[in-house]
Ligand binder design. Structure first.
Ligand SMILES: Nc1ncnc2c1ncn2[C@@H]1O[C@H](COP(=O)(O)OP(=O)(O)O)[C@@H](O)[C@H]1O
Ligand SMILES: [Mg+2]
Length: 221
């Protein structure tokens, strides 16, 4: 269970303070597939960064399974990210010099999986997202957008996270490929009861999730 209470984030900029999040309250159940919609600049990415402990709130609480992640030490926040969270980004963020297989193996290394187990586990993950053996040996630039995002999903799932945070994961894909990516994410996380929180622009996709939150000017409406 994820509980966000009075979450506020203010950025200071040369032209003045920006109130990116204004006293956000929301609860998301374990295993729920939630979507976040809202115009550009409404605070969607800021909210996901807070949930993933990539940035620190100005005030408020974020409780994940009873622990307030905003109050953890930097060291414990790193551990929280590594053990509990899988990130998926619009730009895929794969490492260009590594093959698909090596990208997933690296995530397993960060997750503390012993060396001898990494390759077979990475191959299994990539098979699940339909990246075949030949494609697994390609670098990201030699894969299509949809294939790169499937590799990114395999990477995000590598350490069996309890929460997947996805920031416009299908923003660079055509809408049919985008829907397939969401269906895949859904399918792969059902058995583990993984919570998914995904930002999307696609109302069709949002309509297929369990619940949709709409942000406007840093507030849930
Ligand atoms: N690091 C930052 N410094 C200053 N302002 C920021 C920073 N990150 C985001 N913002 C501002 O916060 C608001 C929300 O941004 P963001 O969360 O990226 O919106 P969205 O993802 O919905 O497009 C915007 O006004 C944006 O310009
Ligand atoms: Mg954004």
């Amino acid at each position: 269970m994820l509980k966000v209470k009075n979450l506020t984030k203010t950025f200071s900029s040369p032209s003045g303070d920006v109130n990116a999040l204004k006293a956000i309250n929301l609860n998301i159940e374990t295993g729920e597939f939630a979507s976040i919609i809202g115009k550009s600049g409404s605070g969607k990415s800021t909210l996901l960064s807070m949930l993933g402990a990539l940035d620190i709130p100005s005030s408020g609480n974020i409780e994940v399974d009873g622990v307030d992640i905003a109050k953890l030490s930097a060291h414990k926040q790193t551990a929280y990210r590594a053990r509990k969270i899988g990130f998926i980004f619009q730009q895929y963020n794969l490492i260009p010099n590594l093959t698909a297989l090596e990208n997933v193996m690296l995530a397993l290394e960060f997750g503390g999986v012993p060396k001898r187990k990494r390759k077979s586990r990475a191959q299994q993950l990539l098979n699940e997202v339909d990246i075949d053996e030949e494609q697994q040996l390609r670098k990201p630039s030699r894969l299509s957008g949809g294939q790169q995002q499937r590799v990114a999903i395999a990477r995000a799932l590598a350490n069996k996270p309890s929460i997947i945070l996805a920031d416009e994961p299908t923003g660079n894909l055509d809408s049919e490929t985008g829907k397939k990516i969401f269906d895949l994410l859904h399918k792969l996380t059902r058995s583990e009861k993984t919570t998914i929180i995904a930002v999307t622009h696609d109302m069709d996709i949002a309509g297929r999730t369990d619940r949709t939150f709409q942000l406007k000017d840093g507030k849930i409406i």
